[in-house]
Design a protein around this ligand. Structure first.
Ligand code: C2E
Ligand code: MG
Ligand code: MG
Length: 335
């Protein structure tokens, strides 16, 4: 009759299920259970009770599975908010209302802009929504695949236009797990390159360590096929995921992008400086280009240069801006 009592029962059910493997045909299958609990509170329709238990169960799965979650009112509000956001996002995609900004990547020695990173932008009723807020929803709903296609096409077309005006620029595009594990992913990237006329060598795909590790075989085949065509591969947010340095040898990557959390500590935190120096060193020893991200202060830049890092991006150098902004920057003889 009380919540703690119900949770106790649910937990012992979970333990019983996980305790021993099940025999299915001639195999042994180990299972865990994600359990959602909802309480009636004395009223409400049975349908609501089941729906609430379902929401709590999804939460239990999202938090890693094998656990018990009790429904709370905010969970329902969260689900509704995400559904609403997904439907507005879908409408924005159809209406072609997603935009792109580009952040320059600069070669320190020459101060030349050698590439730009394309970053998706969505303005919801006039207010910009940070990608971190809508990309999760896009990923869960599968909308990320359409978004990714639009982003890739626009970024490649823009870079091709810049190149045809005589500026030898490259462009980086971010890819999430869902995108690189989608069937036909490599073929779709190649067909965008073909349509836009961008040489494969001018495109870099950015994926995080997590994507490389969780993606699995078919994804690795796809990425390798793209690399065979000359597309470059970067590990984004390097140092924050689970990739050990061994992965750098196994996975053929061209670029590592040092996470801003390392760069932000330069000049203040000795351990971070030591790690940053080590990443740069290992990258260079393996023939991998190293790009530092999130450079905000002059001392960051100074230390990175002194550590032998050659490329970087960050607010100190230039914020992300629209294509016209990039043209104005380069046209003005910057820096
Ligand atoms: P990211 O790929 O690591 O991109 C760099 C992020 O750092 C961008 O945030 C950029 O605006 C921000 N940034 C640049 N310089 C500085 C700096 O000096 N200091 C600080 N604090 N931040 C800086 P943004 O645009 O909010 O994007 C966030 C993340 O969303 C990206 O991280 C990327 O993982 C993802 N993302 C963005 N666009 C796309 C896209 O088209 N497709 C996919 N799949 N993911 C995207
Ligand atoms: Mg990136
Ligand atoms: Mg990054």
């Amino acid at each position: 009759t009380s919540a703690p009592e119900i949770v106790d029962i649910a937990e012992s059910l979970g333990r019983a299920i996980a305790a021993e493997p099940f025999h299915v045909a001639d195999r042994e299958v180990s299972l865990t259970a994600s359990i959602g609990v909802a309480l009636t509170g004395g009223g409400g329709a049975p349908g609501h009770l089941l729906r609430n238990a379902d929401v709590a169960m999804s939460r239990a799965k999202e938090s890693g599975g094998g656990r018990v979650e009790v429904f709370a009112a905010h969970m329902h509000a969260d689900v509704m908010r995400r559904l609403e956001m997904a439907s507005e996002l879908r409408a924005a995609i159809t209406a072609g209302k997603l935009g792109l900004e580009y952040q320059p990547v600069v070669e320190f020695a020459t101060s030349r802009v050698v590439g730009v990173e394309a970053l998706v932008r969505w303005s919801r009723e006039g207010h910009p929504v940070p990608p971190a807020e809508f990309l999760g929803v896009a990923e869960d709903s599968g909308l990320i695949v359409q978004i990714g296609e639009q982003v890739l096409r626009e970024a490649c077309a823009q870079a091709a236009a810049w190149r045809s005006s005589g500026w030898g620029i490259g462009v980086s595009v971010n890819f999430s797990l869902r995108q690189v594990t989608e069937a036909g992913f490599a073929a779709s990237v190649l067909s965008v390159l073909d349509e836009t006329g961008l040489p494969p060598g001018a495109l870099t795909l950015e994926v995080t360590e997590r994507v490389l590790i969780e993606g699995g075989g078919p994804m690795a085949d796809g990425l390798n096929e793209l690399r065979r065509h000359g597309v470059r591969l970067a590990i984004d947010d390097f140092g924050t995921g689970y990739a050990s340095l061994v992965y750098l040898r196994q996975l053929a990557v061209d670029i590592i992008k040092i996470d801003p959390s390392f760069v932000a500590g330069l000049g203040a935190d000795g351990t971070l400086a030591m790690l940053t120096r080590a990443i740069i060193q290992v990258g260079h020893d393996l023939g991998i280009e190293v790009v530092a991200e999130g450079i905000e202060r002059p001392e960051h830049l100074e230390l990175l240069r002194e550590m032998g890092c050659e490329l970087g991006q960050g607010y100190l150098i230039a914020k992300p801006m629209d294509a016209r902004g990039i043209e104005a920057l380069v046209g003005s003889g910057w820096p």
